[in-house]
Write a protein that binds this ligand. Structure first.
Ligand SMILES: O=P(O)(O)O[C@H]1O[C@H](CO)[C@@H](O)[C@H]1O
Ligand SMILES: O=c1cc[nH]c(=O)[nH]1
Length: 228
């Protein structure tokens, strides 16, 4: 039984996961043929359609790891096997610029839902190597490395940000670490592909009219990574 995704929904093996349900709708309208709305519970839209002859689902996850955990648990029960987050992120290094693409090889965190299982173990949430290497081949311009999955958008720990910068963390978002831990636990594949929408050092932000164009590249990369 799934409580947050329509149990009748046909879920493809490959699922794209934006935080924003309206981005799920835009992806379905822009990239998928014959897309059918498979979920609207709580306004968290999901669609299944065809991309280059292959079935693909795109499902919103909401913001933050507790919300993503609900949708990813249910999607895996319903047959999802390649789960690729397509999210916005904040740049944390001077050379990671607004509009850049980041492929998250790993995701550190200061607490996430899976911590209740791991207890004292500092599990290292890591992307699927096959998805990551195919995404890197499809996007040679992308930065590849570690990101930070935060539970706090309005973070007040400047010292923590400074330590992460020193250690090369590329960007901050709010979902990847839990996605990777769930994928490991359920023996499925996961990757987070992010577009830098804001910059923590410069305060720069992607203008709203440019968001769709910039996000299109990350969707193409995610689709190629799943199907190459
Ligand atoms: O653009 P999405 O995928 O929602 O991702 C980022 O944007 C939200 C915060 O504004 C968080 O969900 C964060 O991870
Ligand atoms: O700064 C940002 C931008 C996008 N998403 C985040 O979580 N933080």
């Amino acid at each position: 039984m799934t409580h947050h995704i329509n149990p009748e929904a046909e879920i493809a093996e490959t699922v794209l996961l934006p935080g924003d349900p309206l981005r799920a709708r835009w992806v379905a309208q822009t990239f998928l043929q014959d897309a059918v709305e498979v979920n609207a519970i709580r306004g968290m839209y999901g669609y299944t359609g065809i991309w280059q002859g292959r079935r693909v689902t795109v499902q919103g996850t909401g913001m933050g790891m507790p919300s993503l955990s609900i949708y990813v648990n249910e999607l895996i029960r319903m047959g999802a096997r390649n789960l690729i987050r397509i999210g916005s992120a904040g740049g944390m290094q001077p050379d990671v610029k607004v509009r850049d693409l980041v492929l998250a090889m790993s995701a550190c965190h200061a607490g996430y839902p899976s911590a209740t299982i791991f207890r004292e173990l500092c599990f290292a949430p890591t992307a699927d190597f096959g998805l990551l290497s195919r995404a890197a081949a499809a996007a040679p311009e992308a930065h590849v490395g570690q990101i930070y999955s935060s539970d706090t958008f309005y973070d007040e720990r400047a010292d923590l940000g400074e330590q992460m910068r020193r250690h090369g963390v590329l960007a901050v978002e709010m979902e990847a670490a839990e996605l990777y831990a769930l994928a490991a636990r359920h023996k499925v594949r996961a990757l987070a592909v992010c577009t830098i929408s804001d910059h923590l050092l410069t305060g720069e932000s992607l203008p709203p009219e440019e968001r769709e164009r910039s996000f299109a590249r990350m969707v193409e990369v995610a689709l190629h990574a799943a199907h190459a």
